[in-house]
Write a protein that binds this ligand. Structure first.
Ligand SMILES: NC(=O)c1ccc[n+]([C@@H]2O[C@H](COP(=O)([O-])OP(=O)(O)OC[C@H]3O[C@@H](n4cnc5c(N)ncnc54)[C@H](O)[C@@H]3O)[C@@H](O)[C@H]2O)c1
Length: 348
């Protein structure tokens, strides 16, 4: 299979493979649509089973960033990068310096930041070699609290739309993954009065959530069977798939993980089961808003922009009537913005 016939290609503008023999770095940078500005999106480091799995991941992730950045109203296109390797054993400063040098050659066509498997410290290493890295310790650092805040807004909007109530007091919310975003989200929802059911592969995190938030804990695989109002996937992508979808007993799916649907048809499958799905790229935009504005706005201004996610989700859910899925409405709204910008700026 070539890139152009790859099932996840979807008219990408730019896909760049990186190899550095000295460090063993193997990475892929993908920019899906750069109409609104340079591609902006995180750098993922993951132990992919194959090169094709890495390519599929970066293509799907960068496409999602196109929609996310357009709906977030930031002047960036959709981009993403992946490093093939285990962050626990294969990561080194030299690897990150090598990536920084490679990104520098792209002249800002792609701007990187943290994602799963990379940290603020990694961005600091990359930044030494290129200006095209955000989320460093000299900038805003970890975007996760902003992402969690946006997901909280999206959950509140979905609860209002589906259950007709204005708050989440007593609402049963299950959270898969208590990492940087999931744990912060759990803390916010706990303060809001939600009843939490949580899971993680990390037993320490689980015990912490149980003690701090009186959360009910379940084993990782049991989270799909939990009867609840909201299921919030905050671990890895593709948790909504052919194996899990039949087990879900939630009324709403709304979380932080990117690419929660293993296949796009799962949006329709959730709808057929009466489950309201809030598109991940709408709910989890808080982090990229923070990253995009870090050089130009105060944290109050950035937080106010993150708070606008509530209005965006409200608008999408209001438009999603007569069988129009929120996912389709959100993608169409994002593409409208891109086409409008293109028409305004490229007219003869
Ligand atoms: N960090 C951000 O600002 C941000 C922004 C947008 C999207 N996201 C997405 O949100 C998700 C979470 O991001 P994060 O920064 O919190 O990552 P993280 O690595 O800090 O947290 C992920 C958590 O999920 C747990 N986990 C992994 N596999 C699991 C499983 N099978 N069952 C239960 N738990 C499992 C891990 O132990 C970890 O605690 C990712 O998909 C990421 O792409 C994050």
């Amino acid at each position: 299979m070539t890139l152009f016939t790859h099932e996840a290609f979807d008219d990408h503008e730019f896909v760049h493979h990186i190899h550095d023999a000295d460090t063993g770095l193997r990475a892929i940078v993908a920019v899906h649509n750069a109409t609104l500005g340079p591609g902006l999106g995180g750098l993922r480091m993951f132990n992919y089973a194959s090169d094709d799995e890495a390519l599929t991941d970066v293509l799907r992730l960068s496409r999602g960033m196109t929609y996310k950045n357009a709906l977030a109203g930031i002047p960036y296109g959709g981009g993403k990068a992946v490093i093939l390797g285990d962050p626990a054993s294969d990561k080194s400063p030299a690897l990150m310096y090598a990536l920084g040098r490679a990104l520098n050659k792209l002249n800002g066509h792609y701007i990187t930041a943290e994602d799963v498997g990379t940290t603020v410290a990694d961005m600091d290493y990359i930044r030494k070699e290129t200006p095209f890295a955000r989320g460093t310790s000299h900038g805003v650092g970890d975007p996760s609290p902003f992402t969690a805040k946006g997901v909280r807004h999206a959950i509140h909007a979905a609860v209002k739309s589906k259950l007709g109530i204005d708050n989440v007091e007593g609402v049963k919310i299950s959270i898969q993954g208590l990492g940087n975003v999931g744990y912060a989200l759990a803390q916010m929802l706990h303060i809001d009065g939600a009843t939490l059911i949580v899971t993680d592969v990390n037993a320490v995190r689980l015990a912490q959530a149980k003690n701090e938030m009186n959360a009910t804990t379940v084993k990782p695989d049991e989270i799909y069977d939990v009867k609840c109002d909201v299921f919030a996937p905050c671990a890895m992508g593709a948790s909504i798939n052919n194996q899990t979808i039949g087990r879900l007993k939630a009324l709403i799916v709304c979380g932080a993980a990117n690419n929660q649907l293993a296949l796009s048809k799962h949006g329709q499958d959730l709808h057929n089961k009466g489950i309201l799905y809030v598109p991940d790229f709408v709910a989890n935009a808080g982090g990229v808003i923070n990253i995009a504005l870090e050089d130009s706005a105060t944290s109050d201004v950035i937080m106010a922009r993150v708070d606008e996610i509530r209005g965006t989700v409200d608008e999408i859910l209001e438009r999603a009537t007569d069988g129009n899925l929120p996912l389709d409405v959100a993608e169409a709204l994002a593409m409208d913005r891109i086409h409008q910008y293109r028409a305004e700026t490229r007219a003869a």
